[in-house]
Design a protein around this ligand. Sequence first.
Ligand SMILES: *[C@@H]1O[C@H](CO)[C@@H](O)[C@H](O)[C@H]1NC(C)=O
Ligand SMILES: *[C@@H]1O[C@H](CO)[C@@H](O)[C@H](O)[C@H]1NC(C)=O
Ligand SMILES: *[C@@H]1O[C@H](CO)[C@@H](O)[C@H](O)[C@H]1NC(C)=O
Ligand SMILES: *[C@@H]1O[C@H](CO)[C@@H](O)[C@H](O)[C@H]1NC(C)=O
Ligand SMILES: *[C@@H]1O[C@H](CO)[C@@H](O)[C@H](O)[C@H]1NC(C)=O
Ligand SMILES: *[C@@H]1O[C@H](CO)[C@@H](O)[C@H](O)[C@H]1NC(C)=O
Ligand SMILES: *[C@@H]1O[C@H](CO)[C@@H](O)[C@H](O)[C@H]1NC(C)=O
Ligand SMILES: *[C@@H]1O[C@H](CO)[C@@H](O)[C@H](O)[C@H]1NC(C)=O
Ligand SMILES: *[C@@H]1O[C@H](CO)[C@@H](O)[C@H](O)[C@H]1NC(C)=O
Ligand SMILES: *[C@@H]1O[C@H](CO)[C@@H](O)[C@H](O)[C@H]1NC(C)=O
Ligand SMILES: *[C@@H]1O[C@H](CO)[C@@H](O)[C@H](O)[C@H]1NC(C)=O
Ligand SMILES: *[C@@H]1O[C@H](CO)[C@@H](O)[C@H](O)[C@H]1NC(C)=O
Length: 546
Amino acid sequence: MVLMSKRFLFAIFQGAFVLSLVLVQAQDKSGFISIDCGTSDGSSYTDEETGITYLSDSNFTDAGENRYVTPAYRLQTGERQFWNVRSFPQGTKNCYTLKPSQGKDTRYLIRARFMYGNYDNESALPEFDLYLGANLWDTVEVVSAQSIINKEIVHVPSSDHPHVCLVNTGLGVPFISVLELRPWNNRTYVTTTGSLQLYRRFDFASKNINRVMRYKDDVYDRLWSPFYADIWRPLNISFKDENSISKNVYGAPFTVMSTAYTRNRSTSYMGIHWNSSQSTFKYYFYMHFVELEKLGNKQSREFNIYINGKLWYGPFAPAYLNESTIYSTSGITPDSEGKVMVLLNKTENSTLPPLMNAMEVYVLKELLDQETNQTDAQAVLNIKSEYELKRDWQGDPCTPKAYSWEGLVCSSNITDLPRIISLNLSSSGLKGEISPYLADLTMLQYLDLSNNSLSGKVPEFLAELSFLRVLSLKGNNLTGPIPAALLERSKNGLSLSVDTNVIGNETSSSPSNETSSASLGYLFGKKKSLFQLVASAGSCLLYFVL
Ligand SMILES: *[C@@H]1O[C@H](CO)[C@@H](O)[C@H](O)[C@H]1NC(C)=O
Ligand SMILES: *[C@@H]1O[C@H](CO)[C@@H](O)[C@H](O)[C@H]1NC(C)=O
Ligand SMILES: *[C@@H]1O[C@H](CO)[C@@H](O)[C@H](O)[C@H]1NC(C)=O
Ligand SMILES: *[C@@H]1O[C@H](CO)[C@@H](O)[C@H](O)[C@H]1NC(C)=O
Ligand SMILES: *[C@@H]1O[C@H](CO)[C@@H](O)[C@H](O)[C@H]1NC(C)=O
Ligand SMILES: *[C@@H]1O[C@H](CO)[C@@H](O)[C@H](O)[C@H]1NC(C)=O
Ligand SMILES: *[C@@H]1O[C@H](CO)[C@@H](O)[C@H](O)[C@H]1NC(C)=O
Ligand SMILES: *[C@@H]1O[C@H](CO)[C@@H](O)[C@H](O)[C@H]1NC(C)=O
Ligand SMILES: *[C@@H]1O[C@H](CO)[C@@H](O)[C@H](O)[C@H]1NC(C)=O
Ligand SMILES: *[C@@H]1O[C@H](CO)[C@@H](O)[C@H](O)[C@H]1NC(C)=O
Ligand SMILES: *[C@@H]1O[C@H](CO)[C@@H](O)[C@H](O)[C@H]1NC(C)=O
Ligand SMILES: *[C@@H]1O[C@H](CO)[C@@H](O)[C@H](O)[C@H]1NC(C)=O
């Protein structure tokens, strides 16, 4: 049941009718990706507290180095994931590639966690940028060696292999402690545009003030921070059975929902407020309620929810032991003074004051820049691995724009995905044949393969790169003939440079005749060419054997 208010945009999810379907999916943690950054390469372990299996970075990044936090800080945290970090002293942009099995178009929670722990023994607190794909996600500002920084975003990636990148902005070496991805229900936390960056997630009146609730209590592995306020009154009720509270599709966990704050009977309202760090923030609220007291015949608990003085939802009466979630369907900006105020006021006839079990606040993050066309990105990755290039090519080739891969130029057409239009692999130690993956870079205008040790034939497909304007194959060990179509292109505006031995003086004068009728004859007919044919066949053989 989704009700829409006419005045303010919100919706409510009530009841347990979707529960079975959702939880069956969610309890299976097979879609989780959990990386304990900095743990020994190739290792994995199961966390005792959560039962989650953490993997080392090895399958997700090949950059960076593993470091231990100093023993004093290690002792301070019970969470093993913070005992070590992956540090990135080399390069400006270093990336993790996540490969969730559900692929793109699914809603995920992506969480990066950081604890400096003076791992480098320099006691210098770094600051660096965190990117999600092509877009700046947030800046990580380390305020103390022991503080734990969590960055969470609810995001639907447009690529099957979302990248999380750390960018050195000159304020210290980036590092990371934990990187986690959790598939979430598609129907929850929906926004028309953008992604939801976590602002705060409160577990009101939490029984254990020192413990953050998460998996397995929460099948979606949200981190629920205990919220303590001594001016409020905890609802003092103990439930033994986890199933005594019915969940809705948002599945706020029993441990979180079975505690709540309320007020003295004489007080009719409760609320929270904060100063927004930015006046342009668009806040999204997810408030989870359940009535914990069995109300008598003459009792009622009913209240209105106001945000910045406007009725957001109400009157509302939480159902006994039945979760309701009231949530935003559009963002709410701070008031003119930059404040955000949430107020729950009891209605005139309600005999009991309001209550608050749990609340999540997110900020809308528009991630507008898109990653490189996947065909292009995959092609250039294949080229990198085929030639075993040692370049610092990580994450997405074209984005973020300021950190695109060295040697690449990308188109920046706002309406289209970035495409690779120039590739410079000059003097890069390339060996073997000209890679067939180059054929996939269909938008290439400029291709420089000069001064390598490339051998074999000049492939036909180069002529099919219809936007190619400059092609340099000089300084290699390639063999002729140049495909006729390519020579034809070179007469029509393509600037082609090859070693003279590849062209041969005769071929260049009548290219189309060579290939159409007598290319073998031509090759055998010239001493130089005969040698080249042998070389070519040799490398061809190698190609197939491999
Ligand atoms: C890395 O991936 C391979 C292949 O999927 C897998 O066999 C291996 O266990 C993974 N290693 C780690 C440390 O996760
Ligand atoms: C989520 O929704 C998208 C489209 O809305 C769909 O393509 C995708 O398969 C869904 N994923 C899951 C896990 O249901
Ligand atoms: C870290 O710094 C302290 C004080 O400067 C020094 O005593 C200690 O040996 C250093 N430890 C390491 C591992 O470099
Ligand atoms: C109201 O609540 C406060 C704080 O919990 C408490 O100190 C005070 O005694 C309460 N007043 C009444 C009338 O219950
Ligand atoms: C209610 O709270 C008080 C004070 O926090 C505590 O002493 C008492 O045991 C609680 N009662 C129940 C039933 O939990
Ligand atoms: C809610 O209650 C507070 C405290 O009584 C009051 O100041 C405020 O005006 C009320 N808000 C509305 C919209 O009634
Ligand atoms: C409150 O209760 C009185 C008496 O039952 C009734 O007349 C009145 O309409 C109720 N007010 C609201 C807002 O429901
Ligand atoms: C990426 O490029 C390929 C090859 O040009 C094209 O077929 C495909 O449609 C493009 N993908 C997107 C999402 O634009
Ligand atoms: C962007 O691409 C579209 C479609 O390919 C094209 O029509 C448009 O002219 C391009 N715009 C720019 C600024 O290149
Ligand atoms: C070119 O190929 C020939 C024959 O395979 C080989 O002897 C020579 O060393 C190669 N030259 C370069 C620069 O690779
Ligand atoms: C053919 O090549 C040879 C050796 O590279 C050169 O001396 C000669 O001038 C060339 N002939 C023409 C017509 O380009
Ligand atoms: C191809 O060769 C034939 C005969 O050798 C000649 O007449 C013709 O002009 C040549 N064509 C081109 C395009 O050079």
